[in-house]
Ligand binder design. Sequence first.
Ligand code: SF4
Ligand code: SF4
Length: 338
Amino acid sequence: MHLRDFVWLVCCKVFNIGTSSSLLIEISGRCNARCKYCCRGTGNHESSLPFMPAEKFEAILSHLKEIGVLQRWHGTVELHNWSEPTLNPEIDKILAILPRYRQKGQLSSNFIAPWELAPESYHSLSTVIFSLCSLQEDRYREIYGADLHTTLDHFREFLEKRKRHNPKIRVVIHWLQYQFNLDETDAARRFFSGLVFEGLCFREYRAYLNDLQGHLSYCRSGGKEIEGYSLEGTKKDIDFERVERICANSPPRFSCGMKGPSFLVITEEGQLAQCCMVTSKHAEYRLGDILTMSKKEIVRRKKSCALSLCRECEECGFAHFFAGGNECEASTRDPPAA
Ligand code: SF4
Ligand code: SF4
């Protein structure tokens, strides 16, 4: 670590300006799933949304390095937010750029399409996340609009390639619990432990809308409606009582780690976004072109957004919900033996 970075980290601690460093660069605006609670388009990803070209990706990393931001991160760039990153036709080029900046990449995939990465791309990856909610065909199809067996075949093919090209890649299963699949969790843990013998992390989350505006509209209306969703249908799938309990348990004066300048989300268009909870539907998705911003400007834009949006989000407890409140206690258990 450079002395400059060390001094910055000490200042962050002393002045409480946030040290939770994350860098998310959304390289794809599109997804091939149709999840009905996806915050980007509530099940309707527009095919016209762009992919980030490799050239732009490199320009962003180079700019962040130049303005003294890139060194602060932990060496991993998350290449996804609300999309399927492997659909980007330039993904191999993007992954080849990362080592030049001493970074590794993290990908989150639904594995609905086969992975076509070049063998050398596996060396640029530190973590691969696989999100799903059921190992039963009808339930899986209901949420994702895709075929479960084909998806699992693609995941198995990825595991084979990982074994050959880079067995060090950490594999994380994000298991989403809805009201209808609570009976499946233990079987799913056993299933994935049988497939991935080393480097597996199985995390359970209670599914939610993942939609900041939807949740805020729910709070504002006193639980009477959710903007863009059917309240009755949503309540069948999602345990709202639990969500409300977690939100209500938010510590007083809770300060969201994502609103600070050390949590950077950059959209597929190269815009700074306030956090990973806002999408192209929201104004906070476009805080300005990151390539034109100095470090001071990043701080200024995020701070001014925090004064309005974040205040409401923290007060209603949603910020706490997403800052770890939602992670099931069970997710810290070790996976059972196959
Ligand atoms: S897989 Fe993720 S990005 Fe794609 S529709 Fe589902 S929630 Fe949205
Ligand atoms: S407080 Fe809410 S809107 Fe603000 S950064 Fe945190 S999650 Fe995002």
